[in-house]
Design a binder for this molecule. Structure first.
Ligand SMILES: Cc1cc2nc3c(=O)[nH]c(=O)nc-3n(C[C@H](O)[C@H](O)[C@H](O)COP(=O)(O)O)c2cc1C
Length: 356
């Protein structure tokens, strides 16, 4: 049995898989275009993307815009104009400016979490771009729906529902993560809300499930339960095309269950990351003086945080296994080798058909 295509508005891709945006610098043009070429939707992460050229420029705000636009154009070129999404966290400084820059450079979808993108329709008014808020609960989706409909008569083109097993910053409280709820249970609640809005407005909204989806049979299960697709990140890191250093990918291949930690990110949210000497030092209360080039995340107070999260993340991207912060999803311990994106899609398809 073959998997269904993913339809978002007038956009249709043959595979119901969106690759989750991964900052800082983990999902850039190379990974995103490879995923789009394999039949899914590739996504570039905008978070502190300018750090890529920070040593060559003085203004990180300008660097962010320059690199973001460059990466989107390259991804569009390499995927022959195929759909490319951009993940822009609501929490980033100058959120609206970044959204506009992404659209200017040709982004087809804007995917926004780490806060609710309540003003996104206003920023993108008149633009031909799909808007996908990331939510962690049916309640959060309801807030977005009410605001967008009442203010803008607009609905999301799809929701990304991100559960507690995802990588990076999480939309759950630390105590909720001790006994994490099943994302498919949250999906059921969200589908009730979406259905209510379909009856009210006449429009159906596809739901994309994310967080801990690793095997093809899990994609199948999510679709059987009413999702229209999945968003996956962890499984795409250990690919040749992923934009991180080889040492980052090897960290994933070597990771064991006991290496996965929930840390308190300097910006206040819990986050999932691999145990490294750096993380252990920070958890023991050490601090690293912060020389903040600019306040990249709104909730961050550079005077108070124990270390600069953007710099720790870019050290990981560059392969510094001692001093880097390696975000990962809960299923990272299942990564068993480095493959091409095309091979990952083939494996997923086999798993979907349960030929394994
Ligand atoms: C290394 C890494 C970095 C991430 N960075 C971001 C980010 O910048 N913005 C965001 O919204 N989500 C981020 N995420 C979350 C992913 O986009 C995705 O939704 C989630 O990890 C899916 O779960 P999975 O990794 O179990 O497949 C990140 C995840 C990882 C593993």
């Amino acid at each position: 049995m073959s998997w269904p295509s993913l339809v978002i508005g007038e956009l249709e891709v043959p595979t119901p898989i969106i690759q989750g945006g991964m900052g800082v610098g983990i999902s850039l043009n190379n990974l995103a275009s490879a995923v789009t070429n394999a039949g899914g939707i590739g996504v570039i992460a905008a978070a502190a993307i300018g750090l890529e050229i920070w040593d060559k420029v003085h203004n990180l705000e300008e660097a962010d815009e320059e690199v973001l636009k460059r990466e989107i154009r390259l991804a569009k070129e390499k995927s022959f104009g195929g759909p490319i999404g951009v993940n822009i966290m609501v929490a980033v400084t100058n959120y609206e400016k970044k959204v506009r820059a992404a659209i200017d450079a040709g982004a087809d979808l804007i995917i926004s979490g780490a806060g609710l993108p309540l003003t996104l329709p206003e920023v993108t008014e008149g633009e031909n771009v799909y808007l996908l808020p990331i939510v962690s609960s049916a309640r959060a989706a309801e807030v977005v729906l009410k605001r967008w409909w009442h203010r803008y008569r607009r609905l999301p083109d799809a929701f990304v529902l991100e559960g507690p097993l995802a990588g990076g910053h999480l939309g759950f409280k630390e105590e909720e993560l001790r006994e994490p709820p099943d994302v498919l249970e949250i999906l059921k609640e969200l589908l009730v809300v979406v259905d209510r809005w379909r009856i009210k407005t006449g429009y159906g909204i596809p739901v994309i499930v994310a967080g801990g989806i690793y095997r093809g049979w899990e994609i199948k299960r999510a679709l059987e339960m009413g999702a229209s697709g999945v968003q996956m990140a962890t499984r795409f890191v250990a690919t040749y095309e992923c934009d991180a250093d080889i040492a980052f990918k090897e960290m994933y291949v070597n990771a064991k269950k006991e290496d996965i930690l929930i840390i308190k990110s300097p910006v206040g949210m819990p986050a999932r990351a691999l145990k490294t000497p750096f993380v252990e030092r920070m958890m023991a209360g050490e601090t690293v003086p912060v020389r903040c080039p600019y306040n990249c995340l709104k909730p961050c107070n550079p005077k108070k945080v124990p270390y600069c999260i953007a710099e720790a993340l870019i050290r990981a991207k560059r392969g510094d296994v001692e001093n880097g912060l390696f975000f990962c999803g809960e299923r990272v311990y299942e990564v068993d080798g480095i493959y091409s994106v095309k091979e990952v899609f083939e494996q997923l398809k086999k798993e979907y058909q349960r030929e394994v």
